[in-house]
Ligand binder design. Sequence first.
Ligand code: SPV
Ligand code: MG
Length: 391
Amino acid sequence: MSKNSQKVISKCKQLRSLLESNELEFILEAHNGISASIVESAGFKGIWGSGLAMSAQFGVRDSNEASWTQVVDMLEFMSDATSIPILLDGDTGYGNFNNMRRLVVKLEQRDIAGVCIEDKQFPKTNSFIDGNKQPLADIDEFCGKIKAGKDSQTDDDFSIVARVEALIAGWGLTEALKRAEAYRQAGADGILIHSKLSRPDEILAFAKEWAGRSPLVIVPTKYYSTPTDAFRKAGVDLVIWANHLIRSSVQEMEKTSKAIFDSESLADVEDKIASVDHIFQLQGAEELSQAQDKYLVQKSDIHAVILAASRGSELRELTHDKPKAMISIGGKTLLGRLMEGLKRAGINKSTVIAGYKAEAIDLLGIEKCINEDYEKGDELQTLICAEANFQ
Ligand code: SPV
Ligand code: MG
């Protein structure tokens, strides 16, 4: 299939397929543009826009201290940097049904494929901080929020996942199932059942009772040692690895900053960190330089040739050990002055043709050609020496 006839599958459709596929699927947390593109490069089919990770990278708490528009602005960078779908951790929807409606509209505008909202109250706090003290939302109010979100989406494939916090808050399996069923009936495209236990028992019990009524999503942060196959067998549809890039980058940043501080040098860290070229590559620098070649007519395309081969014997002893181009006037050589003038005119590439005392022409950053026959004083011949630099 030619490139142009390839059908691009919308991000909303891609996320919906992950939720509804018959395979167990996985998405990984990202918290900014570069981490999002790393998730995609690793091969993941989707991104979790984690509230914990995004608030952490802003340096604030996971308690709605970052405003929802700050979150959405960051998501835009993440979405622009990638071609896989993002499921936003939308906390409680940042308010009531009306805030939820506006959130969905703004997410669709920025090509975010779906949002997960949790049945807690605004402002929420992370489920792993005093989970059982956290008040849950009223079921009917939360169902209204789901309906309002579904009624606001313009793309049928935009997904709203309802996150059940009953197990986190210590309300038990029956309450969790009751809530999940109510949210399913309100129109949720999937149910995220969350747990803070280090064993998967309550999640597996939930999955058994849920019995595939709608796509089931889990976040095994605390029960991480459970073999993934157990989730597969339990009929889970989507696993969210929720915070592992922010945690790994924090650990590396701490190590690197301590090493640089302690050693007052970069020598020990240089080969332990990503190269500057790798950062350029992740930023897509290559594409920009191709685009520049295509669209930007630059003065720097102009290549100057400076003929500096002759001695300038009229200047006698002044040119005893250097060509006239290297005579200094007011602390600056003639050649240096000329190069500055070229730079000011936007001409950054020059070839200097040296001959007499060529070694004396030692200005930084110049490209030098030598005319061995400079004594003939044939300027055309001098010019020809630069021919190779114009291939
Ligand atoms: C997040 O990644 O922000 C989540 C998942 O909500 S958790 O932190 O496990 O609650
Ligand atoms: Mg969160």
